[in-house]
Design a protein around this ligand. Sequence first.
Ligand code: HEC
Ligand code: HEC
Length: 299
Amino acid sequence: MTGIDFTAGWVNGWIITIVLINLLGCLWLLWWTRKRPEDPIKDGESMGHSFDGIEELNNPLPHWWLNLFYFTIAFALIYLTLYPGWGDAKGVLGWSSVGQWETEVQKADNRYNDFFEEYAALPIEQLAQNEEVIKTGQRLFGNNCAICHGSDARGNVGYPNLTDGDWLYGGTPDKIKETLTNGRGGMMPALGAALGEQGTKDVAAYVLSLSNRSGSGDAAAGKEKFDMMCAACHGPDGKGNHMLGAPNLTDDVWLYGGTEDTIIETLNNGRQGKMPAFKDQLSPEKIHVLAAYVYSLSN
Ligand code: HEC
Ligand code: HEC
């Protein structure tokens, strides 16, 4: 071990000595500067020096003030004895910061567990109407979800908007809970090589036509390729598949972006969005309340 080992026995003795020297030093200072009957200069008389017309008079501290000093020294000694103040001694009261933290966590858990257990028994549709549940859900969302989905849950490129009623995996209470508990992984394969450059443009043109737009490729040729290579996941009409998390391509709501360039990028490189599982971080009761909050955003 390099440096000072702060758990070594001598460190305790060293710190206790410093504290005692300080306290006794204060005591000595008070005693040494005390008022003595034999002092030659009486109260209120000049100390014998003046500057710029200002003269120093002998005005000792009032008694109550002086006693306050004695009191603080006595207080320090008692306090250090009651609490673990002398080296690694435990302290007469048996208090410890870890102990206090544990009791407080326990108290909070008891209080919140009651809260979450009470609501775990109620259906999510009903909780989504409850103002208190929504507030708690919002707080949980801020702590666990906002980094990816945004504090307003409106998402970002690659992170779905949770307020728009458009779902990759389904927006029923059960589906939402399943998403939060086990996580989700979207798997859009990279198909650029299989489609070829022109084929990619054609399919992109067809995808654009599904939301009434056009691209530089041939949408009719693209449709043929779509039926062969994409329909299995996105559906024959392009409306998506909740089982696979394949997005609806007809609604002009985009996870990664709906311009021709972004669609071509999606086809060339594939996309693998990952929603982490929360079953290890959050209790089922908390996930229930969070799911109610998410549900309330679009219902
Ligand atoms: C590390 C980033 C990240 C965090 C943290 C995160 N999410 Fe997600 N979430 C995602 C991604 C990415 C997806 C989309 C997955 C995909 O593309 O298949 C997603 C998908 C979802 C979906 C499915 C949306 C749909 O359309 O079906 C829900 C619901 C959801 N998240 C809620 C939450 C909640 C609630 C939390 C907090 C407990 C959370 N997410 C935390 C990244 C995250
Ligand atoms: C194996 C299933 C599968 C196949 C095959 C597939 N996709 Fe996908 N696609 C997905 C999934 C899943 C996602 C969502 C990826 C994510 O969540 O990160 C996706 C995402 C997309 C997106 C992004 C949508 C958005 O909102 O940004 C486009 C565009 C797309 N696919 C078009 C196609 C086209 C065109 C084909 C055929 C050439 C195709 N996909 C083939 C499963 C598939």
